[in-house]
Design a protein around this ligand. Structure first.
Ligand SMILES: Cc1cc2nc3c(=O)[nH]c(=O)nc-3n(C[C@H](O)[C@H](O)[C@H](O)COP(=O)(O)OP(=O)(O)OC[C@H]3O[C@@H](n4cnc5c(N)ncnc54)[C@H](O)[C@@H]3O)c2cc1C
Length: 373
């Protein structure tokens, strides 16, 4: 594998390239924006079908963070078809179960990983979003060109291809450009118009970040929910036993914090979590030293079409349709889409629901067709 670094005149947008070189194929040249879940999963399938794939990621490296993703049902089938079952298993969280607790930490309910034959609250295969992203990246990095710390600044398509200008200064031509750059997709904005037109806020806000495991977590997830305010906090054990993954939820009628303004997001989280009991103050105390803070609204992307000529939209689907109607408010069913969805299987897999509602939701979870809503 080769790695090349170049810096443009302004010193901005230096691209870090990995993989791809030396493995040129004669298939269509496809540019994918976003190296999270959808991007690398799509790259896997495109490469298998003979395409020459470049993935451009805005972040300087793979982004860590996020909660666990279940690999059951259609997701498990996709993992197997991709030949990734062993790699995913090796990166699994190995969570034993979950306790819901009251403000004093007293256990209210317990859910074991082997409940419902391993298809209960804790699936027998669950993997942190960041680990899944890494598995997909490791799988594709040698046959796919990854360009980190860069993004598409402009693109113009004609009948035969798309001319792309990268923020780092490169100009290249592709046969197809795919936006897998998340719910706030810049590509979608460039091609179809402003986010406000497509992004529907669903009234929920979630934050995730890792903290030192100073809470004595040992393979058991803990969830506290404040029934009065509907807010909740959660601590999840992860493979690195010295750390834990924290999550906060609150309802919000609107959401106007810039998705890139992490400082403002932290201010918002502190405000909205004020007065929440249990271990909340201790978890919030790590807001400024965590390496992987992520906060976003739960949103639905509504579009009446997914492509425009040689540009196609892939990826994020935070489906309203798949939300469990009787679930605790803190738990949207985010569905990583192109993982394993759009190529080649429809649907995806939900991330964790509340223990309190998870069992019912799990039963209602079915593969759904890929659609704009
Ligand atoms: C760090 C992180 C943590 C998350 N945690 C959770 C979670 O715990 N629970 C949950 O339900 N969902 C979470 N999500 C969202 C979840 O990953 C997606 O909803 C779902 O997996 C679909 O994935 P995606 O690949 O389509 O988009 P995303 O996962 O949103 O990834 C989009 C990728 O595109 C990159 N990108 C953005 N703009 C550009 C650009 N202009 N050019 C190039 N690249 C760009 C981003 O850096 C990111 O890597 C998280 C997302 C991220 C990025």
């Amino acid at each position: 594998m080769e790695a090349v670094m170049s810096v443009d005149d302004s010193g901005q947008g230096h691209a870090i390239r990995t993989g791809g070189q030396g493995t040129r194929v004669s298939g269509p040249r496809v540019l994918v924006a976003g190296a999270s879940i959808a991007g690398p999963a799509l790259a896997h399938w495109l490469r298998r079908r003979g395409a020459e794939v470049t993935v451009v990621e805005r972040a300087p490296e793979l982004r860590p963070g996020g909660q666990a993703v279940d690999a059951r049902g259609v997701a498990r089938e996709a993992i197997e078809r991709m030949g990734l079952a062993a790699a995913v298993r090796a990166a699994c969280t190995d969570t034993a179960g979950a306790h819901t607790v009251d403000a004093d930490g007293q256990v209210l309910e317990t859910f074991r990983a082997d409940d419902d034959g391993g298809d209960g609250f804790i699936a027998d295969i669950e993997i942190l979003r960041g680990d899944l992203s890494r598995v997909l990246y490791e799988d594709t990095r040698d046959g796919v060109e990854y360009v980190f710390d860069d993004r598409i600044a402009d693109l113009v398509q004609d009948a035969d291809g798309v001319d792309v200008v990268f923020a780092g200064g490169d100009r290249r031509r592709f046969d197809l450009v795919v936006g897998a750059d998340g719910p706030h997709s810049e590509l979608r904005a460039m091609v179809f118009g402003p986010h406000e037109r497509f992004l529907r806020h669903l009234g929920h806000v979630l934050a995730f970040y890792s903290v030192p495991n100073e809470f004595g977590l040992d393979r058991w997830l803990l969830e506290y929910q404040d029934r009065e305010s509907g807010r909740s906090a959660l601590l999840r054990p992860i493979r690195d036993a010295t750390r834990a993954m924290a999550m906060f939820y609150f309802a919000s009628a609107d959401f106007d914090v810039d998705h890139r303004d992490v400082a403002a997001q932290k201010v918002l989280l502190r405000e909205r979590m004020a007065g929440l009991g249990w271990l909340t103050p201790d978890i919030l105390a790590h807001l400024d030293d965590t390496p992987d803070f992520y906060l976003d609204q739960v949103a639905q992307v509504v579009m009446d079409r997914w492509s425009s000529g040689r540009w196609v939209c892939s990826g994020t689907r935070r489906s309203a349709r798949r939300r469990c109607p009787d679930r605790a408010p803190g738990w949207p069913w985010s569905v990583p889409t192109c993982w394993p969805g759009s190529w080649p299987l429809p649907g995806g897999t939900p991330t964790r629901g509340s223990p309190a509602t998870r069992r019912g939701c799990a039963r209602s979870s079915r593969p759904t067709r890929r659609s704009a809503d």
